[in-house]
Design a protein around this ligand. Structure first.
Ligand code: B12
Ligand code: SF4
Length: 450
């Protein structure tokens, strides 16, 4: 069979992200089939028509990574754009369209309906290989775990984590690599799947599972070496939280060093209590940017969010990162259950205890199904079971609204270069694309550190 994998994600904020998910989908397809990839960061819709005409695929795999940008002020919703791409695909091709991806997994039924796809795969894309084989044999693929059909009446339960082989089909010479190498030089890799923490608003454990599934450190390092040899000047470890398994993260870092990785890299870290010297080992292995998922600097809120750390732990983790010579940024997520003017002020007061950093404020927490925040919002009557959450809905705290939080934040830190509201979509860090054009590399937020 001929299979075209499409990445419709053209979002350049905070920077264009290499479509790593499709490498895994491609890696799951038997080599008897012919696979091509169309990345809309590289190909226009007209190019896509030509590809469809020339290649004439039987199956199109459509990756749905982002639903929206999760920013309550300045929300961007991408499903309508994806729908236009699907309409265009339908015009030029009779191929079956199969949807999947992290965004898709959060709300599969709604996305299937909106996009008008034929089938969808909830969860890991490794099951795409099984779906292709079922179709090749003329069998109905909805018998496979996680596969849903267009007119799905059946429950959309998330399937158990994939326990078969996980193969990333990264092609160092692939055409689309050049786009990412020229725009910031960043590629990405995964060292494990799953997050074992229970933060109330977070969809990651639903997407990747709660149980850690570790990739052997030597295998991760071999992939890092492949990225480096293909011209990457930086890579991001895409794990939900790289240090949620401290031992594994240290083993991966040591494997990077042993493999001769010489390019810098970054990742998401939870500011939990860390063993002494943790970040020195990481820095020695090339880690340059630590992105802490801190969310609040008020202990009462951290507790309500079920974060696995306290403000004291945040300050200690931050200091350890600085002592190791690393760049450290913190993401803050204000406006959840229990937030008030007092807790926002406490967070803003505590910012001064974090020297040399950048803070990204997200004001308003998006409600995702299958999270505790969803249950809370439901119990509080803020949403109903019938509420469609595909177009983003943000939790409204009882004691303070989003505008008032924004006012407090702006009044206190609005003029600080190192305090950015959202991902910078509103223009705070627009020079990023110009800096990439001039040959700068990496996420670049270190230039905002104060
Ligand atoms: C790492 C990460 C980032 C990093 C990426 C760094 C980099 N260079 O790669 C950074 C910080 C830059 C980032 C930014 C953003 N992110 Co982000 N990110 C993630 C994270 C944690 C992992 C994504 C990842 O690469 N996973 C590893 C790969 C291998 O997995 P995957 O892509 O999901 O693919 C697997 C399956 O989904 C499936 N699959 C994928 N495609 C397809 C296609 C088919 C046909 C099939 C069948 C299956 C399939 O198979 C793959 C293998 O199993 C996810 C949360 C999560 N845990 O998934 C959020 C996530 C993807 N991000 C999200 C968002 C919103 C954003 C931003 C818009 C936020 C912002 N305002 O800045 C930007 C967008 C950036 C862009 N240009 O697109 C949301 C998307 C959902 C939504 N609400 O839209 C997620 C899901 C987080 C969440 N809230 O739940 N992100
Ligand atoms: S540690 Fe991060 S990825 Fe894990 S549940 Fe909490 S917020 Fe989500």
């Amino acid at each position: 069979m001929k299979i075209l994998l499409v990445s419709p994600n053209t979002l350049t904020n905070p920077y264009p992200v290499y479509p790593i998910g499709l490498d895994y989908v491609a890696g799951a397809i038997s080599p008897v089939h012919e696979v091509r990839l169309a990345d809309l960061n590289v190909h226009s819709l007209d190019d896509l028509d030509e590809i469809l005409l020339a290649f004439n695929p039987d199956i199109i795999g459509f990756s749905c990574r982002n639903i929206d940008n999760m920013e309550a002020g300045g929300s961007r919703y991408f499903i309508d754009e994806y729908r236009k791409v699907v309409v265009r695909l339908r015009k030029s091709s009779k191929a079956l369209i199969i949807c999947g991806g992290s965004g898709f997994t959060i709300m599969p039924k709604q996305i299937m309906t909106t996009l008008g796809a034929d089938y969808g795969i909830i969860g890991e894309g490794e099951r795409f290989g099984l779906l292709v084989e079922a179709l090749a044999r003329g069998e109905e693929p909805t018998r496979l775990p996680g596969v849903i059909a267009a007119a799905a009446r059946q429950a959309t339960a998330t399937p158990p984590p994939w326990d078969g082989p996980i193969v990333r089909n990264f092609q160092g010479h692939a055409d689309h690599n050049r786009f990412y190498l020229e725009k910031g030089g960043m590629l990405n890799l995964q060292s494990k799947r799953g997050c074992s923490f229970h933060c109330i608003y977070c969809s990651y454990p639903h997407i990747e599972g709660r149980k850690h599934r570790l990739i052997a450190p030597e295998k991760v390092a071999r992939m890092a070496l492949d990225l480096q040899e293909s011209g990457a000047r930086y890579f991001f470890v895409t794990d939900s939280a790289f240090n949620s398994d401290i031992r594994h993260s240290l083993a991966v870092a040591r494997a990077f060093k042993a493999a001769g990785i010489s390019i810098p890299w970054g990742g998401f870290f939870a500011p939990v209590r860390l063993p002494a010297g943790y970040f020195s080992i990481m820095a020695d292995a090339g880690l340059s940017h630590v992105e802490f998922g801190t969310e609040s600097l008020a202990d009462a809120i951290l507790k309500t969010y079920r974060k696995p750390f306290t403000v004291r732990d945040v300050l200690a983790a931050h200091q350890q990162a600085l002592d190791a010579g690393l760049h450290a940024a913190h993401y803050l997520l204000l406006g959840g259950p229990g937030e008030s003017a007092a807790t926002v002020s406490e967070t803003l007061d505590n910012i001064d205890k974090l020297p040399r950093t950048v803070l990204f404020f997200f004001i308003g927490i998006r409600i995702y199904p299958q999270t505790e925040l969803y249950d809370i919002a439901l119990a509080e009557g803020k949403i109903s079971a019938a509420t469609n959450l595909l177009e983003p809905i943000f939790y409204q705290a009882d004691d303070i609204d989003r505008q008032s939080i924004e006012k407090l934040v702006t009044a206190r830190v609005g003029k600080r270069v190192n305090c950015v509201v959202g991902s910078g979509d509103a223009g705070e860090i627009t020079p990023v694309s110009r800096m990439y054009a001039r040959g700068y590399t990496g996420p670049l937020w270190e230039h905002l550190i104060r």
